[in-house]
Design a protein around this ligand. Structure first.
Ligand code: BG6
Length: 539
């Protein structure tokens, strides 16, 4: 992994107090300046799609403003709509008004957009690839991109394989003879179950070697997700207590307040479990639970992540009945607005049995984690958008306090706030001032914004840059994808065999079905919803 600078330490402010360093004060003056990526062409299949305009092009702009794009760089958008280069550029220029994450300076944008080209073509048509070949040859001349190409497959998954095969048949995957490298970024979903993911891996590997394949999980583009590794391994104080001896349980919440939006046809065959768990949530678990890798090298990190996934225990269908909860939202109120139930959403089957909420209890059965439950929940139309990992430590023994008014000690809790409020908080007990012994739970908060300011980002910058520089650390390897599917497959099978009895079973705007609360209550716990971390600016 590049650019993992530890920087100078910043002193953390407590509670409402101001931090002791100014925003942006935490980077060391000795950090080497970031280096631009090398010469290459990015080919986006799905050039006129949502991802391109909302995330990829704004991310390229952010890379350009950060000095991280090569002067020898160009982009080709491939799409079915007939458009000239000029019309495509014009459209992207307009889209940037809406989706840019920082002010667009016209000179800088012009310099980027001039390098963006359009190729009209159908993915099924061999002619598309022949014309792409010609165009790439011209761009190599014009922009000195040296035959280095990466293909971003922002397309329907059913076209992943044929697109790769056709690129290969046209000579566009072959490295070496023309001197350039060839890489492919593949969006999710990578398969829809274990068998299909295995098959896709096998088929793609007929054409490409693993080091050319970049399976993207956009959660790994989030700063706060990357920081899990730094937080754990760059600080001497956490690693010694990061295990079953000190940690009671872990809770991961990935909540969304939006419904299924315009994605009915995709979601209604996918559901919350497939959509969020084998990829995003298992990434969070693997980073949270992995052993220290020997280096930030792609294989060292991914080997350790894969071990965690393989250590997640498998259960019989009977056991799964009490470990896996599913839900579907009915109508309700979110942010003060009435919203329809899932079955009333556009292009969703009126009797749909697809789940929009999942809660699971998982165990990582290795020496570090045996006996520590990992509870996770994710869903659409929950009361708010929030992603957090809460680590609850074992309670201190009460004996010292038995003759005092303190009846119960609250456990310490560390919460990694992934989004939207980005930060870390630690809860501990403190004496409430006064002549009797009373305890209060207090929180020590770190808000990213206070220390590092806010960095304009769509979350794709780092991932694109890493692909350009050949660093696959933050991408999923074939075995990780398959391990992720192995975890959820038994649940998919069970849910397929036993249809849900009472969907919809939670109202939009609530925290999911009652069974999700029961899941924790049976173990004597409750779902934690930590307070948002407020930056000094927003207080
Ligand atoms: C996508 C899912 O992968 O992640 C969506 O398909 C979900 O259903 C999205 O809304 C959540 O991403 P984020 O970055 O908003 O948490």
């Amino acid at each position: 992994m590049h650019a993992m600078s530890t920087g100078e330490s910043a002193v953390m402010g407590m509670g409402a107090g101001m931090p002791d360093v100014s925003p942006n004060g935490a980077g060391s003056a000795e950090d080497p300046p970031p280096q631009p990526a090398g010469a290459c062409v990015m080919v986006i299949f799905g050039g006129t799609g949502d991802l391109t305009k909302r995330k990829l092009v704004p991310a390229l702009y952010n890379l350009a403003t950060g000095g991280l794009l090569s002067e020898e760089f160009a982009v080709v958008g491939v799409g079915r709509t007939p458009l000239t280069d000029e019309a495509f550029r014009e459209q992207l220029t307009q889209d940037m008004q809406r989706f840019a994450t920082q002010k667009v300076e016209s000179a800088r944008w012009d310099a980027l957009v001039r390098r963006i080209y359009y190729l009209q073509g159908d993915l099924q048509d061999n002619g598309t690839y022949t014309r792409l070949h010609e165009l790439l040859g011209q761009l190599d001349q014009r922009h000195n991109t040296r035959g280095n190409y990466f293909y971003y497959l922002a397309i329907n998954p059913e076209h992943f394989l044929t697109t790769i095969e056709r690129l290969d048949a046209t000579g566009l995957m072959r490295e070496g003879d023309s001197g350039g490298w060839r890489r492919v970024i593949i969006e999710k979903p990578f398969g829809h179950d274990l068998e299909s993911a295995r098959k896709l891996n096998r088929d793609i590997r007929q054409v490409l070697s693993e080091r050319q394949i970049y399976r993207i999980d956009h959660y790994l583009g989030k700063e706060t997700v990357q920081n899990i590794l730094v937080f754990r391994f760059a600080n001497g104080i956490f690693e010694p207590i990061w295990n079953r001896r000190y940690i009671d349980h872990v809770q991961i919440t990935v909540a969304e307040s939006v419904g299924v939006e315009t994605r009915g046809p995709y979601y209604d065959v996918t559901g919350a479990l497939r959509d969020m768990v084998p990829n995003h949530i298992l990434q969070l678990i693997s980073l949270m639970a992995m052993e220290p890798p020997n280096s930030f090298g792609a294989d060292d990190v991914r080997d350790e992540q894969a071990k965690v996934l393989h250590a997640i225990s498998q259960h019989s269908p009977e056991e799964l009945l009490s470990r896996a909860v599913r839900g579907q939202y009915g109508e309700g109120t979110v942010d003060g607005k009435r919203v329809p139930g899932y079955r009333q959403e556009a292009r969703v089957a009126p009797e749909s049995r697809v789940e929009t909420f999942v809660a699971l209890k998982l165990n990582v059965e290795n020496w570090r984690w045996a006996g520590v439950p990992f509870y996770l929940r994710t869903g659409k139309r929950l009361p708010q958008r929030v992603t957090e990992i809460a680590i609850e430590f074992r309670r201190a023994p009460h004996i010292l306090f038995r003759d005092t008014p303190v009846h119960r000690l609250a456990p310490n809790r560390l919460v990694l706030h992934i989004q939207p409020d980005e930060g870390i908080s630690l809860r501990f007990g403190a004496k409430v001032p006064g002549s009797t012994l009373r305890l209060g739970a207090v929180d020590m908060d770190f808000a990213y914004e206070d220390y590092f300011g806010s960095t304009p980002s769509t979350g794709y910058e780092r991932l694109l840059y890493d692909c350009m520089t050949g660093d696959a650390t933050l991408f999923q390897r074939a075995d990780m994808v398959e391990a992720g599917w192995s975890v959820v497959e038994p649940i998919l099978d069970l849910w397929h065999a036993v249809p849900p009895r009472s969907f919809p079973n939670y109202a939009a705007g609530t925290w999911g079905p009652k069974e999700a609360d029961d899941l924790l209550e049976r173990d004597g716990h409750r779902w934690i919803k930590d307070r948002p971390i407020k930056s000094a600016a927003s207080r």
